[in-house]
Design a protein around this ligand. Structure first.
Ligand SMILES: *Cc1c(COP(=O)(O)O)cnc(C)c1O
Length: 227
C-alpha cells in the first residue's frame, strides 16, 4: 500500500511539473502539500523516506499532534525537515497547540482565531506562516471569510493583530467548476499584495496551476481513498 503511495507521488510530481511548464510556469514555484489526514504514520513514512516528500497537510490538530512528532523525528534523523500545514478548521482554544504543531496554518478565518493565534505566537515565540481561508462559494455550512469581507479581514489581521498573512486558501463548492473560484482567490490575493495561493486538490489541481496556485493540497491521489 505504501509503495503504491510512493509510486503515485512520483507520478503526480511528474504531472505537476508538466502542467506547470504547459502553463508557462516554473514547477519550483508550486509546492505539493501531501494531505496525510486519516493515514497512519506507517503509511506516510515511505513517502518521506523513499518519496522525498517533506511538505504535508493535516486537517485536525489532534490527529497531527499524535502522528507528527515521531514522523518529524524520524525525518530529522535522515536530515530531512518536515513542513506541516493545518488545512482544517481551528478552534480558538486549540490555538496554542496549533502554533506548536504546525509550520503553516492555512485556515485563519475569523477575528477570534486571529486574536488567539497572535496571543499563542507571543507566548510560544513560534511564528507559523499564515493563510486566510476564503469561502469563495459563500456556502453557509463552510468555513472561510466571505469574499466581500476579505479585504477588511486581511486589514484587521495586519493592523489589529500584527499577523503577517502571506496568502489565501479556498475549497471550491463540490460539484461546481473550480476555475472561477480559483480566479476569484487570485484576484483577492493580488489586490491585497499576497503571494501564496493554496488551491487545488486531487480532482481539480490541474485547473489551479494556470490560475496561479503556489500550493496544491493533494491527498487521495497519493495515499488512496480515505476509509
Ligand atoms: C482532504 C483535503 C484535501 C485533499 O483532498 P483530496 O481530494 O484527497 O486530494 C485538500 N484540502 C483540504 C482542506 C482537505 O480537507
Amino acid at each position: 500500500m505504501s509503495d503504491e503511495a510512493v509510486g503515485r507521488l512520483a507520478a503526480l510530481r511528474t504531472a505537476l511539473d508538466l502542467r506547470a511548464r504547459d502553463c508557462g510556469r516554473k514547477p519550483e514555484e508550486i509546492t505539493l502539500v501531501a494531505v496525510s489526514k486519516t493515514h497512519s504514520a506507517d503509511e506516510v513514512w515511505p513517502t518521506i523516506r523513499d518519496g522525498g516528500q517533506t511538505v504535508f497537510g493535516e486537517n485536525r490538530a489532534q490527529e497531527a499532534m499524535t502522528k507528527w512528532p515521531d514522523l518529524r523525528a524520524r525525518a530529522a534523523a535522515l536530515g530531512k525537515t518536515i513542513e506541516l500545514h493545518l488545512i482544517g478548521p481551528l478552534q480558538s482554544n486549540k490555538a496554542r497547540e496549533a502554533v506548536e504543531t504546525f509550520d503553516v496554518i492555512e485556515t485563519v478565518d475569523r477575528e477570534k482565531i486571529a486574536a488567539a493565534l497572535a496571543e499563542a505566537m507571543e507566548k510560544t515565540g513560534r511564528r507559523p506562516r499564515l493563510l486566510v481561508e476564503i469561502n469563495t462559494g459563500a456556502e453557509p455550512q463552510k468555513a472561510g471569510v466571505l469574499p466581500q469581507d476579505a479585504d477588511a479581514f486581511l486589514r484587521l489581521t495586519r493592523e489589529t493583530y500584527g499577523l503577517a498573512v502571506e496568502g489565501l486558501m479556498c475549497i471550491p463548492p463540490a460539484g461546481e467548476l473550480a476555475s472561477p473560484h480559483f480566479a476569484l482567490l487570485g484576484e483577492i490575493a493580488r489586490r491585497n499584495g499576497l503571494l501564496s495561493l493554496s488551491m487545488g486538490m486531487s480532482a481539480d489541481w490541474p485547473l489551479a496551476i494556470p490560475l496561479g496556485a503556489t500550493h496544491v493540497r493533494v491527498g487521495s491521489a497519493i495515499f488512496g481513498a480515505r476509509g
